[in-house]
Design a protein around this ligand. Structure first.
Ligand code: AMP
Length: 350
């Protein structure tokens, strides 16, 4: 098995097969420059014309995790909630990108609306003391929820369900639930309410890989780098805009000095300034090209105007390819045991 791993030069990536997460993943891959080609909608295999060494498999989110963990699949895109719950013993999985920007949800404790005096975990503790049995919690996240209730010292028992959890309290086979929530509508439709401080985990889609495959096979590592590059280039580009403006000035340096004296319009490295050839103007004109954060657009336009910029054109930035993506550097550190943290967590809300 090990020598097979070392020698193989084609790899597999699993992505979600059904529902919203699957659609969002297809869209994300396409937007990143890795459009998935799936000739037959009923087939569970697809290809990536831009990366022919990588075959695509479509699986359920939990199966993606299991396949990458046991090494039958090399890469996967699944929810961080699934990784946190099923990660298994230390070492087999590594998170290559912890924030792909889609599939956002949180693992949330929810109780029946009729429990009017239970709105926080402290209320739940009081309530559980008045019960004559341990709290029965319906969940698919036995490890995370078990850990949480043990830490909180609330007596509990876990009730699992393959189907819709939200109905469990109404039917009576659980007292409350802990499930992933995105808009919160399903909870409300089922007369459940989230506990105010009952968010156990924030999650979004993450890119995972089998740690041993990356350690043993340089071509797998090269493929990991390409995936990280595509995803980072797209995710970074998405936050930015390219601005073009014309400006009068004595020289490129004089224009640059004006730009450096303002705050938000410095560009990636600095501004690109090039001469504009004008027919009949005695003054020198220059084109200034800078990249700014999307949420600073108006400020940047105002500052460009304030230093004499005119005719500001704004274009989207499709990709920003860094010299070396920071997440690839981090991956190398983890593989060389300089960094022990294989499971970067997605950014958590304050
Ligand atoms: P919502 O009504 O938008 O809060 O969605 C809740 C329902 O969708 C629950 O039944 C969840 O199991 C499911 N769900 C929502 N977001 C996700 C996600 N990111 N990954 C998997 N399941 C999700």
């Amino acid at each position: 098995m090990l020598s097979d791993q070392k020698q193989k030069d084609s790899f597999r990536i699993s992505i979600p097969s059904k529902g919203r997460l699957s659609e969002d993943c297809f869209d994300f891959m396409a937007a990143s420059g890795l459009k998935i080609y799936k000739p037959n909608p009923r087939q569970y295999e697809a290809s990536l014309p831009a990366l022919p060494q990588l075959n695509v498999l479509l699986q359920r989110p939990t199966d993606i995790l299991t396949s990458v963990r046991d090494g039958s699949v090399d890469f996967g895109i699944t929810g961080y909630d699934v990784v946190a719950e099923h990660q298994g013993k230390e070492g087999e999985l590594i998170i290559l990108h912890e924030a792909l920007g889609f599939g956002g949800c949180s693992l949330q404790l929810a109780v029946p609306e009729s429990w009017s005096d239970v709105n926080t975990i402290a209320d739940l503790k009081d309530f559980s003391r008045r019960l004559n049995h341990p709290l029965r919690i319906g969940t698919k996240y036995k490890n995370l929820v078990g850990e949480f209730f043990t830490q909180q010292k609330i007596p509990y028992s876990l009730v699992s369900s393959e189907g819709t959890l939200e109905i469990a309290p109404a039917i009576g086979y659980a007292d409350m639930i802990c499930d992933v929530v995105s808009s919160g509508l399903t909870l409300r439709d089922n007369r459940l309410k989230p506990l105010q401080d009952g968010k156990i985990l924030e999650s979004q889609s993450v890119l995972i890989a089998n740690y041993h495959t990356l350690q043993q096979n340089p071509q797998a590592l090269a493929t990991a780098r390409i995936l990280i590059e595509y995803f980072e280039a797209y995710l970074v580009g998405k936050q930015k805009l390219a601005l073009f403006a014309n400006m009068r000035g004595d020289s490129p340096q004089a224009i640059a000095d004006r730009i450096f004296s303002s705050t938000s319009i410095q560009g990636l490295q600095g501004p690109t300034i090039s001469p504009v050839i004008v027919k009949d103007d005695s003054q020198n004109w220059f084109a200034v090209n800078i990249v700014v954060m999307k949420d600073q657009l108006y400020q940047a336009v105002s500052e460009l105007r304030a230093i004499g910029g005119s005719g500001v054109i704004v274009l989207p930035v499709s990709y920003v390819f860094d010299e070396e993506p920071p997440r690839y550097r981090r991956l190398l550190d983890v593989l060389q045991n300089k960094n022990k943290n294989k499971t970067q967590t997605p950014p958590q809300e304050e």
